[in-house]
Design a protein around this ligand. Structure first.
Ligand code: UDP
Ligand code: MG
Length: 320
């Protein structure tokens, strides 16, 4: 029988959680009464996660596993999941049970009403640091302002997508992926469902500050030229200011009553300030150039080490 629901779960060092995750997902998916698959993506875990998944494949025919050759990152992992999912509706959910599987039936209900993307909106976030919540909140509002894509605020990757949407996303192969932005970009009928985001069940966040910053910058550069435009504005502002200072200096030099002092302080200030502005600007351009470089190399998005579970022998729609 054809699979109706695919659940995509990216996993990076989550050995303490996957047993409980499997139990809760199974209960929820069974309650829906349609054929389903649980598609785990092992994103280069270095703990016992893969062993745990292998064991699950052995006893549950619903489970499939894609094992990456190394850690490629969360956004790439969910992309691989979408490439390999076979369901009519595809759900993305975090492995750490911050997104409760029990919300899935609500997403499915809206899908049955005809919505092609049903995204879960974090009405409340429990057990996360003030810093994480504050920066996340700021980021979602910033990206919404500076892009012309309608990206909903306080929404992660926890969502359900219709087959049509997943197929459309499959045609987008850009490297620095901000998946939730791409889902907004493709369009279709979309609706949000509020939920309470819980505390991580066990283990630590797999998004340290460095990854979070990269993720935020990928999101912004994928959908906006504003940083480059800001560099231009800054250039004009600084040039305008410089012009005024130059006029003043010339005036003093030519018709000022007193000769100019050596002026070490003013020269240093100007040099350092301009140097800083130039470096920031070059850095911004570099961010975009680096991303262009990554695109033209045309490397595949990910490399699979192994595929386990029902479809391991059947050809899947790999479009790496
Ligand atoms: N994850 C992944 N690869 C990574 C980092 C994270 O597959 O390089 C997975 C992780 O196992 C989890 C999900 O992505 O299922 C979200 O990560 P996490 O919960 O650590 O992020 P947070 O909720 O703290 O933002
Ligand atoms: Mg989490």
């Amino acid at each position: 029988m054809d699979v109706v629901f695919s659940v995509i779960i990216p996993v990076f060092n989550e050995e303490a959680i996957i047993g409980e995750l499997h139990r809760r997902l199974t209960a929820v998916m069974n309650s829906l009464g349609e054929p389903y698959e649980l598609l785990f993506i092992n994103d280069g875990s270095r703990d016992g996660s893969l062993a745990g998944m292998r064991e699950m494949v052995g006893r549950d025919p619903h489970v499939r596993v894609l094992d990456f050759a190394r850690n490629f990152g969360h956004q790439i992992a969910i992309t691989a999941g979408m490439d390999h999912a076979r369901g009519q509706a595809v759900v993305i959910i975090d492995a750490d049970l911050q997104d409760p599987p029990e919300v899935i039936p609500e997403l499915v209900a809206r899908w049955r009403e005809g919505y092609q993307v049903v995204y879960a909106v974090r009405a409340r976030r429990e057990g996360e640091t003030f810093f994480k919540k504050a920066t996340a909140s700021l980021f979602y509002r910033l990206i919404r302002r500076i892009t012309n894509v309608d990206i909903p605020v306080d929404t992660g990757d926890f969502r359900l997508m219709d087959r049509q949407v997943v197929d459309a996303l499959g045609t987008i192969r850009e490297k620095h992926r901000f998946v939730r932005g791409l889902v907004s970009w493709v369009g279709f009928r979309q609706v949000g469902v509020p939920y309470v985001r819980h505390e991580r069940m066990a283990g630590e966040t797999k998004y340290p500050l460095k990854k979070m910053l990269k993720f935020a910058f990928d999101g912004i550069t994928s959908f906006s030229f504003l940083p480059l435009q800001m560099a231009t504005y800054l250039g004009f502002a600084v040039s305008g200011l410089s012009f005024l200072v130059i006029c003043w200096v010339l005036f003093q030099k030519l018709i000022g009553r007193q000769p100019l002092e050596p002026g070490w302080a003013s020269v240093m200030t100007a040099v350092l300030f301009l140097g800083g502005v130039q470096l920031i600007t070059i850095g911004l351009i570099g961010e975009y150039v680096g991303r262009i470089y990554d695109e033209v190399k045309e490397r595949p998005l990910y490399i699979l080490n192994e595929e386990l579970g029902v479809a391991a022998s059947a050809p899947s729609r790999v479009r790496a």
